[in-house]
Structures are given as C-alpha cells and as structure tokens.
Write a protein that binds this ligand. Sequence first.
Ligand code: ATP
Ligand code: MG
Length: 682
Amino acid sequence: PAQRLAAVLAALNEEQREAVAYSASEPLLVIAGAGSGKTSTLAHRVASLIAKGADPQRILLLTFSRRAAQEMEKRAGQVVARVLGLRSEAPPALPWAGTFHGVGARLLREHAAQIGLDENFTIHDRGDAEDLMGLVRHDIGLSASTRRFPQKGTCLAIYSRCVNTREPLEDVLKHAFPWCAEWAAELKRLFSGYVEAKQQQNLLDYDDLLLCWAEMMSEPSLAELVSSRFDHVLVDEYQDTNRLQAAILIALKPDGCGVTVVGDDAQSIYSFRGATVRNILDFPGQFTKSARIVTLERNYRSTQPILDASNAVIAHASERHAKTLWTDKPSAGRPQLVLVPDEAQQATWVADRILAHREGGLALKSQAVLFRTSSHSAALELELARRNIPFVKYGGLKFLEAAHVKDLLAVLRFVQNPRGRMAGFRVLQFIPGIGPATSSRLLDAMAEAADPGAALRDFQPPRAASVEWQRFADIYCALRTPGLSWPADVELALRWYLPHLERLHDDAGLRRGDLEQLARLASVYASRESFLTELTLDPPSASSDRAGPPLLDEDYLVLSTIHSAKGQEWRSVHVLNVVDGCIPADVAQGAAELEEERRLLYVAMTRARDHLHLVVPQRFYVTQQAARGDRHVYAGRTRFIDAADAARFDHVTWPPPPERPVFVPPPAAAIDLRNRLRNAWK
Ligand code: ATP
Ligand code: MG
C-alpha cells in the first residue's frame, strides 16, 4: 500500500502533496484560489489517513452541503480503494461526513439525555421558523398595535444573526438592520417568546443545531465526550463558516491536532448569514499549537482566458486577496460578454447556446446556468420546457414547500414530537368539527401527558367530529406503536391523508404524484427520525414539472443559484443577468456588501472549465425590497467589469443589429430617356 499511495500522490503537485501528507499533530490550513484543488487535496488527505490506518468512524468531515459530503466520500473512497488495492469490496464509508448542521443534529440526538434535551425534538426549517415567529408575534400582541413592525422573515433574520455572530441585539440592529433599530425592546420580547415556544414544543431551528452543539462543547465533561469520538476533523469551504462553527471546531480540538481546514478568502459569500472571513484569517492563531499554512496557485479547472477574466474581477477588490492563479490548460477561446435586449431574449439565446454546445459534444450534465436569485430563471425554465431540455434546479423553491407535502410531513412530525404545535394544528385542521380552540385544548392535554397517544384517545371531541376523529385517533396511535417498520409509517399516514387531499384539491391527482414520490424517497432512510431530519436539513429540489431528483441515467442541465454552486464545476457555464442592480444587487449598501457581491461574481465565473458566457440583458426587472413593486429598468453591465477588463471578453450582441439597407445608385444612364421621349409620339 505504501508504494501504491506514493503512486497515487505522484499525480498531485508538490504543495498539494505536502498538504496531503502533513503530520496530523499540528493544525493545517490550506488557503488557495478557486479550482486549485483544495477539495481534492482534502479528499486525498482523508484517503491517505485511512490508508495509513486511521479509523473512518473517527474522521469528522464537514462540508458545505450534504451533496458535497457525499461527493467527497465517494472521491476519498476511490482513492482508498486504489491504495489498498480493493477491487470488488466497497471502500470504507465515512459515517461522519456531512454539514455542521447535519452532524450537530446527530450528536444532539445521541447526547440528548446528557444535555437535558428530549431526543424526539423536531427541526424547523426557515419557513417553519418564520411561521412560529409570526405566531409568537401575534400571541404577544405585537402585530395588531404596531403596523410598521418588521415582517416575521426579518425578525427571524435578526434573531439568527444575533445567534450566529454572538453579537448583542443592539449591535446587530445598528450594523445590519438600521431601519429596525427603533424596535429593540419589542424584538427582545419577541425573541424571548420565540425561544420559550421552541422549548415548550421541543423544537430546534437551524441555528439551534449549532448553538446547542457549541453550548455542549462549553461544558468540559461533555466536550471531552464529543471530542474523544474523533481523531481527525477536516473542514471544506472554511471561509463560509460563522463564529459558532469556529468555536465548535476549536472546542473539538483545542490544540489543533488532527484539524485541517481549506478555503479561499476570495470566495466568501455567506456573510448575510453570519459567516465571517475572519475565521480563515484568524485560524493560524486559534489553537494552542501553531498552524502550518499551505497555499496552492496552480489552477486545474479553467482555461487561461477564463482565469484572466476572473482574476481581473477579484483584483479590484478592496481587500487584498492573496493569489493570482495560473494554469497551463489549453485555451478554448475567450469568455463571452453577451448583450441581449431583455430577459426573454436572454432565455432564447442561452437555450440556443446550450443546444449548440450539446451538438458540439458537451452533454447537458457538463453545462450549468447560474443566477443570483431563484426567480431569475423563470423565463429560461419556460424556454427549456418548450424545447424539451431536461433540467434540475438547485437552491430554488423546494419540493417541501408545497402545501400537500407539508401536510403529510406534519403528520409524521406530529407523531414524532406530539408537543410540536405547528405540526399538530396543521394536521388537526383537517378533521371537520375540530376548530382552533379544540385543537389547542387537545395539544395542551397531549403535551402534559406521559403518554400522548392515550391522551389523544381519551379526548372528548365535539360530536360533529366523531367519525373522522375516530379514524384519526386510530391511525395516530398505530403510528406511535413501536415496532411498526419504516417506511410503512408513510403508507399509513398517506392512507389517512389522501381522502382529505381529494376533498380539498381539484388537482389531487397531480399532488398525489408528489406524495408517492415522497414515499419513495422515504424508503431510502433507515427511520422516521432520520428521514425527517435529513429532509429538513437538505431538502430535495423540484424541477418545474416533476418533484425529486431526476433519474440517474438521464442527461440534464443544472440550473443553480450562485450560492448553491459553490465548490462545483462545469465545462460550460452561463451566468444570467450580469447587470448592475442584480450583481451587485441594488439593495447592497455599503462597501462590505458590495465587496461580497464582487466575490459572488468571482465564484460564478470560476465555476467554468472551458466556456464562460456572461449575459447582460439591457432591460431588466428589479424588485425593490421597499415593496414598491416591480420596476423595469435599463440596466448596464455590472460595474465589476470595467472597460479595461471588458477587453478580456469576446463581445456578442444578440440578435445581431439589423443591417441598414444600403442605397445603391443605379448605373449611370440606365435608360436613354431623351431618346425614349423623342420616340414617344411615334
Ligand atoms: P473551489 O475553490 O471552486 O472549491 P477547489 O480548490 O476545491 O475549487 P477542486 O474542485 O478540488 O478545486 O479541483 C478543481 C479541478 O481540478 C477538479 O476537476 C480536480 O479534479 C482538478 N485537479 C485538482 N488537482 C489536480 C491535479 N494535481 N492534477 C490534475 N487535476 C487536478
Ligand atoms: Mg472546493
């Protein structure tokens, strides 16, 4: 194996090899630009650790998405298989590869008893959390009396920012939400109520997964318990972690032994969620042992013209990002700046190019279309559907946001956690004759009972509800019976819900298809609890006409927000709406926000391997946050590509400007007029 390992590592460059082989007795930071092989170096490091005898169970690998974790597990697995000479045997899995949130959820459940948490907690996604915030706001009487009070979504964003940055509310308001500063006292009341409601109902929101984990790590005996489970902790995309995540990492390994993080300060694009690039810059000094820093400069992803254009965009950043990347990858021409009249024509042009690329041998799978906000792909989605080009959309409207899907999940959540009132109310509203007051009484009784199922069975509903009530009580108790094997639960819940679906929706047939898809998805998971957790943390995306992931053997195009495209690469990349007002967004205020917008464009451009097309529609709709409605503006190319940098692109105008008909004078003396007149009377 040692020889085979050396052979595998020979394919890496010297700096990458150093990072892979570096001793695990000191913290290691790999800081490098896009496409320089940070993620692959990390995968090789994991593989090499395993090849040298590390126990895969004791490796904690933290990535930005679950998809990225699975990809990394696969890549590391392939390298391990090569090094160990495994053929048919599956390479060792990495049971602890996932996101901070996913791993947090798992650790919290496993250690629930030690931290005074009920292990049946349910997790609220952002939508649920906003709704709960709205309910609490109503309960404490803020909505009626105070019309200008911030929306529930804004309230949650403020709360989340306080939690993730660990800054006091006043500071967060002052720096990030100045227009809400007058409400500090009311917000404090609201947040206390929100926390109280979560605790009563045994709910955790996304932020709680990190917060509770960090709190657990602040108690020395518990920290020891968790830390001792892992010998190695490796983190990808470290520039997009927040202060809580850094605190967790440091608490896991205070001396930094076994810690490896990789990242790129020029790609930090999540500060709106509390991520801070300081984490990566401060890393070297945060452990008791000093860190080794490795930098990589050679880019293996893109052609030189694409790199030149990307480097130029980031070179104007006000913060200095260390490196200029180079490559010796053969060039396939310069990137394109494409001027189109409007978004409809943009869709046509992009669809044309995608088909042309496919003709030229680029499968749809090796092409992607990136955009700022999910709604920006609407016109393109229509165009793709019209031309029968299959696509999958990431970072868009989630399958789980459909009402009927939420209904079915609420049944499972209510069974899992009888104290969760939002799921409870959602389910009980389907039973005719049970109004909010009755539901509330029932939920109170269930929350207090030692056996919630029995409390439900003993409850006396109003007479009108009795038949349907009985049917529900039977199913609920059956679902709570231990020993019912998963995913039979889903079938049972579905059996209860389908008559309601048919009663309430004209398009029940279509919706039923989604639910069957959900049931199929459920069969992949081991238990109700893992299904609900994973689904909330990493929801599947929906294409326009079909829910869930596409068939594996199908060729499809990827549509993605730039934020969700992090870490990935495609041979051809189209970026939509590269205009001022979109990138940078017209709501971006202040130097720091503008800089983040610049990095966003850099991330988008550096996803491309061979072909990069930036599309600039000259008429562009912007939706102002101040709720002034949609506006139609004449936009210009993004300010991040100035005249000098624009020279690095090929310029295309589409449709090509019509050629002006040129006046061609007839040849001199085309007719002999004088002679004709002379003869006219004859
Ligand atoms: P990002 O900043 O976008 O996350 P990254 O630094 O993580 O990028 P990778 O995704 O690991 O970069 O690698 C980019 C591409 O370069 C991948 O296709 C990878 O397989 C390839 N690559 C990395 N190192 C080498 C190498 N030594 N030889 C050949 N190809 C390499
Ligand atoms: Mg990467």
